[in-house]
Design a protein around this ligand. Structure first.
Ligand code: ADP
Ligand code: MG
Length: 139
């Protein structure tokens, strides 16, 4: 399996609920290495830029309000097959559909307030890593 880098965000709901440590524990026990991390209070504009692919969707306005409602922890993770594996341990977007033991099953409270973001493909990982960590190697 290829070593990859992917971007994750511990979202405002999970930061506010005190789950940063719980989520990092899960990431580390799944053999992800944290290669960069920043705690950021996203502006509405920054949230809109990050989620530009969703502009025009019915949930865009609410999502970008939520993502700029409080601090987040943004991290670049590295590991074997990191992009797909992170998506697996995150669980489905809607926690009602998330598998037992996934981060969203454990910590999400709604389809919007779902605790964690993860890049969904190599192209989005490249865009998202550069968005928060310009100049960092993408691998
Ligand atoms: P994922 O984060 O699983 O990749 P998407 O990229 O489809 O999911 O959506 C981005 C984020 O937008 C989701 O994580 C969630 O916070 C929010 N979202 C997605 N779909 C909905 C929806 N139907 N209603 C409210 N919020 C949504
Ligand atoms: Mg997505």
């Amino acid at each position: 399996m290829p070593i990859e880098r992917t971007l994750t965000i511990i979202k405002p709901d999970a930061v506010a609920a005190g789950h940063i440590g719980d989520i990092i524990k899960i990431l580390e026990s799944n053999r992800f290495n944290i290669v960069a991390a920043r705690r950021v209070a996203l502006s509405k504009r920054q949230a809109e830029g990050f989620y530009a692919v969703h502009r025009g969707k019915p949930f865009f306005e609410s999502l970008t309000n939520f993502m700029s409602s409080g601090p987040v922890l943004v991290m670049v993770l590295e590991g074997d097959n990191a992009i797909a594996r992170l998506r697996e341990i995150m669980g489905a977007t809607n926690p009602a559909n998330a598998a037992a033991g996934t981060i969203r099953k454990l910590y999400a409270t709604s389809i919007e307030r779902n605790a964690i973001h993860g890049s969904d493909a190599p192209e989005s990982a490249a865009f998202e890593i550069s968005y928060f960590f310009p100049g960092l190697d993408l691998l």
